[in-house]
Design a protein around this ligand. Structure first.
Ligand SMILES: [Zn+2]
Length: 147
């Protein structure tokens, strides 16, 4: 039986190891109503969480699989959007049991989406190879393997 994914990325602050903790999992938090940007599966995370006084510092890696539409040829393709430097700090009060990182994580993933997705670096496009736009975010796709 497939396990239902949590809809929130929560850190159990009350039970967090004072030395810091490695947290891993998958949560279903990216829900877009976009015909050309379809997430599937959940956000997989590998995070380190540590309390410094009343400040919770969390950093690590996030990734989410998407079905995107190539901006050159118009075909669907699957890709993984990764965030290597996810960092968030949350002010915690004594009575807080949980820190909710759902919004931060969701926004980081969405910001990492390419403006002009391409199915392959050498995608010829529909008519002819388009000029490479001067958008740095294209670089994020360079290292990705397209299934
Ligand atoms: Zn293409």
């Amino acid at each position: 039986m497939e396990k239902e994914l949590e809809k929130k990325l929560l850190i159990d602050v009350a039970r967090l190891d004072p030395e810091g903790e490695e947290l891993e999992g998958e949560v279903d938090i990216v829900d877009l109503d976009e015909p050309y940007v379809k997430p599937f599966g959940g956000v997989r995370y590998r995070l380190t969480a540590q309390l410094f006084g009343t400040e919770l510092l969390v950093r690590g890696h996030l990734e989410q699989d998407f079905d995107l539409v190539c901006s050159r040829c118009g075909e669907d393709f699957d890709t993984t959007i990764e965030v290597d430097d996810f960092t968030v700090s949350v002010e915690i009060s004594e009575k807080d049991q949980w820190a909710d990182l759902t919004t931060d994580a969701r926004e980081s993933i969405i910001l990492a989406l390419p403006t002009y997705p391409v199915c392959a670096e050498d995608c010829p496009g529909i008519v002819q190879k388009a000029e490479r736009p001067a958008d740095e975010r294209w670089g994020a796709l360079d290292g990705l393997k397209v299934k």
